[in-house]
Design a protein around this ligand. Sequence first.
Ligand SMILES: [Fe+2]
Length: 384
Amino acid sequence: MRRIFFLQAIYLCFFTGLHSQIPDNDNFLVTHGPWLQNMGAGGVTVIWTTNKPAIPGIVLTLPDGSSRLVRNSTDGIIDGGGILHKVRVDGLQPGTSYKYNLHSVQVLKYQAYKVYYGDTVLGKSISFSTFPAAAPDVDFTVFNDVHGLSGKMASYLRHNDIKAQDFYFFNGDMMDWLQDTEELYGYFLDSAAYYFASLKPFFYVRGNHETRGFAARELKKWFDFRDDRFYYGFDHGPVHFTVLDCGEDKPDNNRYYYGLADYDVYRLRQLEWLKEEVKSEAFRKAKFRIVMVHMPIQKAEKQNHAMTMLSKEYGPVLQGAGIDLMISAHIHRNAFLPADKSGFGYALLVNSNNSYVEVKAGPSGLTAHVRDISGKTVSEYKIK
Ligand SMILES: [Fe+2]
């Protein structure tokens, strides 16, 4: 008996001692995501987080079954060392199905002449398809004014045919404000990743509430915006999408902005971009043109400062450009103005804070279904 105790003591001393020399790399894991961003016909960005610093990569599997590890580098240095990971893959074929696994290598020590790696965590295999170069139709879903109530968005998603969607839009005010980027997960990002965002990309349209709080200026780091701007254009199937950023609602000198707002100048800069956007070949040649903007742009008497400016400055540019549909949010009620009632020649669909919109564009036209939290159709519009 004494001998057994003696051996146990030696065992404990040895292994406890040994264990204390092994760096703590237990429980290295992926904490949030992945979510797909900035999808196009030739590339996509994959974003996720780990609980400890890592070198991120994705194992990309091509349709022929061959695979390769993709890592990004900046100025010659492989990206990594943090906990927020962003890997961009380009050079893909349009309309093609690929698979990817997250590949995260824990970094235990990172010094000039000494780098210690810990565990490698390989995620499960996930499929995605690049956007087609040309396709007869497109299906997408729009969420807006979720205001941090991720359960509401989850209810929408339980009634949404995720497989049938090509992508999603978050049309602004997904939160009340952003004080700390950690809050993004609970507000909507974890729900999005759980239901669809690892397979289908979403495009973010900034609302006025995304501009509030200290971490509002960090928002771009958690996503990937085309050309690194909150306003951009892209194509899918027969549609050219133009995404606009409305900015804050009140005048820049409003006392609640404490001298930190500069949206009038920003909106004028965006306007110059919009004037070029509507001249672009992709825009002009598209069968349908859809504008996504959080605040509706229409001719109306009483509007807030931002909407008045957007109406005055942007309305005429959009009117001359032949927009088929504008999808907006912000006012927390459902509204629809046919093309002859918006004041700028396009149909305007405004979605409430208690419904979502499924849109289909194809040879038979452009249709939108507004559905409530239980998936029931609130209204249906045939636009063109
Ligand atoms: Fe809003």
